[in-house]
Design a protein around this ligand. Structure first.
Ligand SMILES: *Cc1c(COP(=O)(O)O)cnc(C)c1O
Length: 405
């Protein structure tokens, strides 16, 4: 069975875990900053922890933090738990990002920051985002931080410029389901030396070393994830997943959609083992992204005009964290593809302001595009280990399924 995602691992990650020694976390921070052209990088146990720490360290409290209605719910959780209020903006198609035509109306004198995503790797128009935010700062006489959520878009480019550079800070998720992984982990980058220093001081005062048990379990976790996503094992894992929530727990870092909550270890320091795996993955980043872009352009060539459904935009600067298609009967398409040995993903099957925990902060505002996407999106496998023949087979099966439905 072809899994919906697969971390791009080989013996090198496992060797790196066993070769521990030296300040691996600092080395990973420096290499990460250098790779993505930032002056500073600060490591965390999760991407959401990086966001939470930044909001707290920069003194934002009781403010509105503007964010898209359609994104990973953990972003809203971090905002809410930082003592601020999420303020949602509906998204726009075809790129699934915040609708910039609606952003201006969401900004006011209480706005502390805007978090923009480049969801699924598709870059937002960051030039326009910066113009809208600057105009609001001038109008309200306040400072509004721009935070780039680059969990899907490490080095995605708009107009030739990395989206991570358009604003104050960018944060990244590094769990096993992301484009590159440090087993778990998160990172925040910035060119602002004072902000980096403040954040580092906040982290070192408020985060604690992880338990020895957690450290010892890491190699087993990585091995389990590696094995679980290998082809021979995947049929079994798929069956297991249908009958239990094991794989969900492995890949989603146990976030609960109906409760404002962060994992119990969200204030742990990044583990050195995680950093050593991250360092190896960083050296594979270019290859991983090139293979994802290749998969996306093959899908575009094989599927465009041959499906009654909406394909994602073909954008040179996209990182294709996910190749998204909108279909009317998602469950049926996924079932039909699974019976042909192909697992599709179903990422972000909710719209945050419609989750019970957030309905209150959205008032009676509606987010129709986000709501519709939450019921229609599926994603095709684009992981770096796919062969061209796999991609061709997935595309052919999808055309066949579309003709039947
Ligand atoms: C994964 C993800 C995050 C957070 O990363 P964690 O490391 O899981 O906390 C943030 N935003 C988006 C869009 C994500 O997919």
């Amino acid at each position: 069975m072809i899994p919906r995602l697969k971390p791009h691992l080989d013996y090198r990650e496992f060797a790196a875990m066993l070769r521990l020694g030296g300040p691996a976390v600092e080395a990973f921070e420096q290499a990460f900053a250098a790779k993505f052209g930032a002056s500073h990088a600060v490591a965390f146990p999760y991407g959401r922890s990086a966001l939470l720490a930044y909001l707290k360290a920069s003194g934002l409290r009781d403010r509105e933090i503007v964010m898209p209605a359609y994104t990973c719910s953990v972003v809203a959780h971090a905002v809410a738990l930082s003592g601020n209020r999420p303020r949602f903006v509906d998204i726009a198609l075809p790129d699934y990002n915040m609708d910039l035509d609606r952003l201006e109306a969401a900004l006011n004198e209480r706005t502390g920051a805007v978090i923009s995503t480049h969801l699924f790797g598709y870059p937002l128009d960051v030039n326009r985002l910066q113009e809208i935010v600057s105009a609001a700062e001038a109008r309200f006489g306040t400072r509004i931080a721009i935070i780039q959520d680059c969990a899907h878009s490490f080095d995605a480019r708009f107009d030739g410029r990395s989206v991570s550079k358009a604003g104050d800070v960018a944060f990244y998720g590094l769990n096993i389901s992301k484009m590159m992984t440090s087993i778990f982990g998160g990172m925040l980058t910035t060119d602002d030396a004072a902000a980096a220093q403040e954040l580092r001081a906040f982290r070192d005062a408020n985060f604690r070393p992880a338990s020895l048990a957690k450290q010892l379990m890491r190699p087993a976790y990585l091995l389990a994830a590696h094995t679980a996503f290998s082809r021979p094992a995947y049929r079994f894992v798929y069956w297991l997943q249908k009958s239990s929530s094991l794989l969900d727990r492995l890949t989603r870092a146990y976030h609960l959609d109906d409760e404002i909550h962060l994992p119990p270890d969200h204030l742990d320091l990044m583990l050195p083992v995680d950093a050593s795996v991250g360092l190896v993955q960083l050296s594979k980043y270019d290859e991983i992204i090139a293979r994802r872009r290749h998969a996306a352009s093959m899908y575009d060539r094989l599927l465009r005009g041959r499906l009654p459904w909406e394909l994602p935009p073909l954008i040179g600067g996209s990182t294709y964290s996910h190749y998204i298609i909108r279909v009317p009967d998602r469950a049926r398409v996924m079932r039909e593809m699974a019976s042909r040995g192909i697992q599709l993903g179903q990422l972000i099957e909710y719209s945050i302001p419609y989750l019970p925990a957030y309905r209150r902060c959205a008032g009676d505002e509606e987010f129709p595009v986000s709501l519709e996407c939450s019921t229609m999106t599926i994603n095709l496998p684009v992981h770096a280990s796919l062969r061209d023949s796999d991609i061709a087979r997935i595309a052919a099966c999808l055309v066949e399924v579309a003709a039947q439905i």
